[in-house]
Design a protein around this ligand. Structure first.
Ligand code: ATP
Ligand code: MG
Length: 579
């Protein structure tokens, strides 16, 4: 197969790093061996995810169980999905689209979204999933940046968010509407699929051919359109196996929406490549529904987000009592810092380990993780997976300095793994700024301890400098939620004449607690006891909710901008919030 050549770091000095390098190369060879490839040295993600399993005699294996909002249940085998995606690819082709064209998906977690994603890839076209809850403007901007040629959506979303402007986007030629009827100038997907042929040979792609465009969450600013290639499937295969222990038949549930990268890499590609039986729930978070699904669907590996666990914690342990989680092997989360408190809570309530994972849209797949057999340190992201070389660096002008154990710096990675982004669309300068001295710089601050565990400190942008100290918001937030009244916390630095910045905390309370001066004092006292007077927040402000992105991340920059009366910046990914 034609995979990219793995870039070798230019300045490998320490022997420890060298060992990692050897380990790294081994893993990608291993990952390649997990894949099938197409004749003539080409590959296609959809072939790896679906068709090859059918050819190998696993067509009747369960691939996806889909649960609708109202409880409808639909089951799909690998053969079913191979057939559906072939039909979808044929529909695209019948409407004049060809290799390299861009197809955007805009709908909730409906079956058609999954079919569209893999059908598009099968046809050799590029897929870009968007959150269905985005307003018309963020949708339009992203489709302009991505030069969309086709859109798959629902009639309701079309009427509210697309109809008014799509004819002004010259690249956009085709709108497919889920269901049997379509508005004028659009095509109804139902009849088109029914009439299409259920066979389609996956288009042979080079490993470096563009496959997906994923927009980042927009937590720190204007979202970037990260470009990913077909060869990325090697990462999905390997990390699915190593970090999420995927194996054929595994009952697996990833709660993420494909509107952000987790929902695609680990909600579509990795599970199907590893031939697991995945669950897709159309509904949003609902405490009892989620506990019930874990129990009834006998989920063995559950991949979710810290915010979901914090919501469960807020509802209290009692709510989990009636359910049986005996099928569960472990749970894992990604996307936000996982407070040690949450790890301990989940251990107790589920009786299973909780594995924090770190990665980002740009890395395309899991990079740092807690894995089975590791001695889990609550609050640590874990260690780099085999195949990854991480470091902690400080930018000093043009130069980079590598930091030692226990020092805080920017988390950096040696480039060269298959799912690394290949660029930000139309933003070459922003892309190039991510690389220096042979490293990819992640924009996150972290610390590596003497045992090789990585600890998240905060986003570089969120770092607080007070009286000569550097404070990562995560540490403070984790201490705050250990207070019995605090469900969630966000911490920012506000300008201060004497200290440079002072720490301000916003907290949401657990049920049964009301904001009061005494409670504010008690929370501050608790933080002071755990963190000391310099690091503890000077002020604690009560909120009903915190501003967050659609992917569930707290937008600290927005809290700060609002506090300081500054422009809010890009808030296209903001979930409606009450402040
Ligand atoms: P933008 O880049 O547009 O500001 P974003 O960085 O939130 O948005 P994503 O790529 O979806 O967009 O999120 C990746 C980021 O999420 C990481 O860089 C990190 O800051 C945070 N993150 C992910 N996993 C973890 C984790 N386990 N612990 C702490 N932070 C995490
Ligand atoms: Mg980011």
């Amino acid at each position: 197969m034609a995979f990219e050549t793995i870039t070798k770091p230019d300045d490998v000095r320490a022997s420890a790093v060298l060992t990692e390098e050897i380990r790294a190369r081994f893993v990608w060879d291993d990952a390649r061996a997990m894949l099938d490839g197409l004749p003539t040295g080409k590959l296609n993600i959809a072939h790896e995810a679906l068709d090859r399993h059918v050819t190998a005699g696993h067509g009747d294996d369960a691939a996806m169980t889909w649960i609708g909002k109202e409880g409808a249940r639909r089951a799909f085998t690998y053969a079913n999905l191979a057939d559906q995606t072939a039909r979808f690819a044929n529909v695209l082709r019948a409407h004049g689209l060809g290799r390299g064209d861009r197809v955007f998906g805009l709908m909730g977690r409906e079956v058609e979204l999954y079919v569209a994603a893999l059908g598009t890839l099968k046809a050799g076209m590029v897929f870009s999933p968007l959150f269905s809850a985005f307003g018309p403007e963020p949708i339009r901007t992203r489709m302009e940046i991505g030069a969309a040629n086709a859109l798959v959506t629902t009639a309701a979303i079309y009427r509210r968010k697309i109809a008014a402007w799509w004819r002004d986007l010259p690249s956009l030629k085709l709108i497919l509407i889920v269901g049997d009827e379509a508005p004028e100038d659009c095509v109804a997907l139902g009849p088109a699929m029914a009439a299409a042929c259920g066979e389609f040979a996956p288009v042979p792609m080079d490993a470096e051919d563009m496959a997906l465009i994923h927009f980042t969450s927009g937590t720190t600013g204007r979202p970037k359109g990260a470009v990913h290639v077909h060869g990325a499937v090697a990462t999905h295969a390997a990390t699915g196996r190593y970090a999420l222990e995927m194996e054929p038949g595994l009952r697996y549930w990833c709660t993420a929406d494909p509107g952000w990268v987790t929902g695609t890499s680990y909600g579509i590609i990795a599970p199907l490549v590893n031939r697991v039986h995945m669950l897709v729930d159309e509904a949003e978070f609902d405490l009892d529904r989620w506990y019930r699904l874990l129990q009834e669907e006998r989920i063995a590996v559950w991949y979710t987000a810290p915010t979901a666990i914090r919501m469960m914690m807020r509802a209290g342990e009692e709510a989990a009592k009636p359910y049986d989680f005996s099928a569960l092997r472990f749970l894992a989360s990604v996307g936000e810092p996982l407070n040690p408190e949450a790890v301990v809570w989940a251990n107790r309530v589920f009786g299973r380990p909780f594995h924090d994972n770190w990665w980002q849209t740009e890395t395309g797949g899991i990079v740092i993780a807690n894995t089975q057999g590791m001695d889990i340190q609550p609050g640590s992201m874990g260690k780099p997976l085999p195949g990854q070389v991480a470091g902690i660096v400080a930018r000093e002008g043009e130069a980079l300095r590598e930091m030692g154990a226990g020092e805080i710096g920017e988390l950096a990675l040696r480039p060269g793994w298959p799912s690394m982004m290949r660029g930000y669309l139309h933003e070459q300068a922003r892309y190039e700024k991510c690389f220096a001295g042979g490293w990819y710089l992640t924009g996150d601050l972290a610390m590596r301890d003497g045992d090789g565990y990585y600890w998240f400190v905060g986003r570089a942008d969120d770092l607080i400098k007070t009286s000569g100290h550097l404070i990562g918001p995560f540490e403070v937030e984790s201490a705050l939620i250990e207070h019995e009244a605090v469900a969630e916390a966000a911490v920012i630095g506000l300008p201060d004449e004497t200290a440079g910045e002072v720490v301000r905390a916003y907290v949401c309370l657990n049920p049964g607690f009301e904001p009061s001066d005494e409670l504010e004092k008690s929370i501050r006292g608790h933080a002071r006891k755990l963190l000391g007077p310099t690091v503890a927040p000077r002020e604690v402000v009560f909120r009903h909710s915190l501003p967050r992105t659609r992917s569930g991340k707290i937008m600290r920059r927005l809290l700060k901008a609002r506090e300081l009366g500054l422009p809010e910046g890009d808030i296209s990914t903001l979930e409606a919030d009450e402040t």
